[in-house]
Design a protein around this ligand. Structure first.
Ligand code: CAA
Length: 240
């Protein structure tokens, strides 16, 4: 029987590419989304991948949603914490809401999704937790005090949890994508985006599939010796 993989924010952007690549690799995939019903329905229609709606920022919704996925598909053995949002503003203009929303989704969301799945992974002595952080969690970014803090937190979370999971056959790793051609990056003002691209040595934005391939590798049984690791995929923009 194929392993079940759950991808948060898995119907759009990098998440959609991850969901599709895992399906292609033989996993039974479930994708969560928070708000865009239309995109999720279209994604399911085109790919056959089941989508589930809940906010990763809500612990109870995560626990209930995971129970539903497991009832439908079986125990989740691969978790990809991909869901993320931006609320960019220079710090002097950043509101408490902009800070909190990003923390709730990008950092607490990772806790909220991993925590309910952890006991089952420990019992079965197998699990793959793959967190999607960001280049900006490594280097910081003007206008992203909230996002950079949350994404750096995801890296610390990964390193701590990897040590706890190791004996139970659970690996926990984090991928730091650079600037990838998704709606999130396209929302950055064009002039700012152009100046960012000029600092990427490979001379282009990344593709969602560049990240999806890293996920498929980390999810595989063959990657069992890799844990607590940070995979940097940013076209050489920042050498961590
Ligand atoms: N370094 C230094 N100064 C900068 C700067 C930078 N990188 N960017 C802007 N500034 C300066 C501006 O030149 C301006 O200075 P002056 O007032 O002297 O002209 C000042 O800061 C204020 O800039 P703005 O008027 O543009 O401020 P704003 O409130 O309109 O917007 C911003 C600021 C929202 C941060 C905007 O610059 C922006 O969107 N920046 C991009 C942030 C970014 O990279 N986000 C990544 C999104 S994609 C993502 O997050 C995915 C991922 O993981 C990679």
């Amino acid at each position: 029987m194929s392993r079940v993989a759950l991808v948060t924010g898995g119907s759009r952007g990098i998440g959609a590419a991850i969901s599709m690549a895992l399906k292609e690799a033989g996993y039974t995939v479930a994708a969560t989304y928070a708000g865009n019903d239309e995109a999720a329905a279209k994604f399911t229609e085109e790919t056959g991948i089941k989508t589930y709606k809940w906010s990763v920022a809500d612990y109870d919704a995560c626990a209930d949603g995971i129970a539903k996925v497991e009832a439908d598909l079986g125990p989740v053995e691969v978790l990809v914490n991909n869901a993320g949002i931006t609320r960019d503003a220079p710090f002097h203009k950043m509101s408490r809401e902009q800070w909190q929303e990003v923390m709730d989704t990008n950092l607490s969301g990772v806790f909220n999704m991993t925590h309910p799945l952890w006991p089952g992974m420990r019992e079965r002595k197998f699990g793959r937790v793959i967190n999607i952080s960001s280049i900006n969690g490594q280097k910081g970014q003007f206008g992203q005090a909230n996002y950079s803090a949350a994404k750096a937190g995801d890296i610390g979370f990964t390193k701590a949890l990897a040590q706890e999971g190791a004996r139970a056959g659970i690996t926990v790793n984090v991928i730091c994508p650079g600037y990838i051609a998704t709606e999130m990056v396209m929302a950055v003002p064009e002039k700012v985006r152009e100046s960012i691209i000029s600092t990427i040595p490979v001379g282009r934005l990344g593709e969602p599939e560049d990240i999806a391939r890293c996920v498929v590798f980390l999810a595989s049984d063959e990657a069992g010796f890799i844990t607590g690791s940070t995979i940097t995929a940013n076209g050489g923009q920042y050498l961590a």
